[in-house]
Design a protein around this ligand. Structure first.
Ligand SMILES: Nc1ncnc2c1ncn2[C@@H]1O[C@H](COP(=O)(O)OP(=O)(O)O)[C@@H](O)[C@H]1O
Ligand SMILES: [Mg+2]
Length: 468
């Protein structure tokens, strides 16, 4: 082995997770069985990585969620959940409504004439955009009035011509010819029925499309982000100038995560919003309504919008008490709570895994060179030091990978600065000296962090301002 460039990185993101065998095992079950998962661990141990990997293994979504205009009551847009099959059927229907486009010469001559392609005097065909026949000069815009006794004047050229056709069984079929630019659109009975059917359904807004990421991150603690909203409209949904209610419906992250993973990084940060979460988890549906009572969206509601997601949540050990008990019991009742590891035994096998980790980090970064085997050995020494410093674990390698990946990047930058082809042992050592955080630097300079802050405070205490 010459460098980490030769390390093979598994394609499966779950196999890229190092040192968390138990959590990975449970993550597989969570994905397969559609359970929930709470991971408890310090930062940088792979919680986000595992959450994403669960989503990676899920089958493609099979349902699409839309809201449709409801003409009987626009403030209660209709909900529609379509399967792939249904959506495909309706797509075919749409193609049918587009009919068949033909050249004017393929249309019956009386149709071509009425649509403004054919000259009624000389019979030559020309563009409908041309008003006069280029051959004989006759004004094509008007056709002869078929009922001169009733109507005065002439009849203007038509956009559509209705005809009937006799079928084999002696029944009649209506055929419509429509002018479509310089072409003629032929709509038969079937396509017109399709138009009618689509018209009956009315316009739609797709809230959650088929083609979506099965991994949704809920970041903020806001109700609207989690549960959706109906936007305000200054015209209050006035039927002519306002935006129709169904178009103002916005899904929440619980809906966007339908059939996928909803990842919440700091579960306790959701505070009171947690209770909506467990209702959503229980019902697997949550209505969308305008959440600002002052807004015109507040009168709009779509009931029971599906939100069947896998909750994958993360928490620090210290924040566990701030997770609502009913939410935890919901997770436990239909899923798993798992404590991640912070260190693994220092064995040759695990050192090999750190080699894989180094290769992964370098590849992910993309801007630093690979590492020599000796440099990886030095990284393992550092991993041992961190395990001892942070977790008091001897003969162990840390799994607090944020520290370690910081070290790799720093060593990589040093290598780049020196124009080196590989990350070498000395760069890792230099990086580790530089990487000391501010607290470590302070305690080296002042003796302790506390002493440092005392000294700084005495220096910066200037003239006090009177407040009152
Ligand atoms: N167990 C792990 N195995 C491999 N790489 C890891 C692991 N944990 C963290 N990392 C690396 O550190 C980065 C941050 O990890 P992340 O999954 O966001 O940690 P957390 O969510 O626990 O804070 C990851 O993108 C990955 O590069
Ligand atoms: Mg994370």
């Amino acid at each position: 082995m010459n460098s980490t460039a030769e390390v093979e990185i598994p394609r499966d993101p779950l196999e890229q997770v190092i040192g968390q065998d138990n959590a990975v095992h449970i993550a597989k079950i969570v994905g397969h069985q559609h359970r929930h998962l709470l991971m408890v661990a310090p930062p940088g141990t792979g919680k986000s990585m595992i959450a994403q990997a669960i989503a990676y293994h899920l089958p493609k979504p099979t349902e699409e969620i839309s809201v449709l205009h409801n003409s009987a009551n626009p403030e209660r847009p209709a909900l529609e959940v379509r399967s792939l099959k249904q959506a495909e059927k309706e797509k075919r229907l749409e193609t049918v409504t587009r009919g068949r486009l033909v050249e004017p010469i393929e249309a019956p001559s009386f149709v071509a004439e009425r649509l403004g392609f054919r000259c009624r005097k000389c019979g030559s065909l020309s563009r409908a955009a041309e008003q006069a026949c280029p051959k004989c000069g006759l004004d094509k815009r008007f056709s002869e009035n078929p009922f001169p006794n009733i109507y005065v004047g002439v009849q203007e050229k038509a956009e559509r011509v209705h005809t009937t056709r006799l079928l084999d069984d002696n029944s009649e079929e209506i055929i419509v010819y429509e002018r479509a630019g310089e072409k003629v659109r032929i709509l038969d009975q079937k396509s017109m029925e399709a138009v009618e059917e689509l018209k009956r359904k009315g316009p739609r807004k797709v809230l959650v499309p088929f083609d979506r990421k099965p991994f949704v991150i809920a970041t903020g603690a806001s109700e609207t982000e989690l549960l959706g909203d109906v936007k305000h409209d200054p015209y209050g949904g006035h039927h002519q100038i306002g935006t129709p209610a169904y178009q103002r419906v916005v899904p929440g992250t619980v809906h966007e995560a339908h059939q996928g993973v909803l990842f919440i990084d700091e579960l306790s940060a959701l505070a009171g919003v947690q209770r909506y979460l467990f209702t959503a988890m229980q019902e697997k549906k949550y209505s969308i309504t305008g959440r600002n009572p002052q807004s015109a969206g507040a009168s709009v509601r779509v009931d029971a919008v599906p939100c069947d997601f896998i909750l994958v949540a993360a928490s620090n050990i210290n924040d566990l008490p701030y997770i609502l008990p009913p939410l935890r019991s919901r997770i436990k009742g239909n899923g798993y709570e798992v404590l991640l590891e912070t260190a693994m035994p220092d064995t040759p096998g695990n050192r090999e895994k750190l080699m894989q980790f180094t290769a992964q980090e370098i590849r992910k970064d993309g801007k630093i060179p690979h590492a020599s085997p000796e440099a990886v050995h030095e990284l393992c020494e550092q991993a041992q030091r961190i395990a001892s410093e942070f977790d008091g674990e001897e003969d162990a390698l840390t799994l607090r990978f944020r520290e370690l990946s910081g070290l790799i990047r720093l060593a990589g930058d040093i290598a780049v600065g020196k124009g080196a082809e590989l990350i070498e042992t000395e760069f890792v050592r230099e990086a580790s000296t530089r990487a000391k955080n501010v607290e470590q630097q302070l305690s080296e300079k002042y003796g302790s962090v506390w002493r440092a802050s005392q000294e700084e405070a005495s220096k910066t205490r200037g003239p006090q301002k009177e407040v009152g």
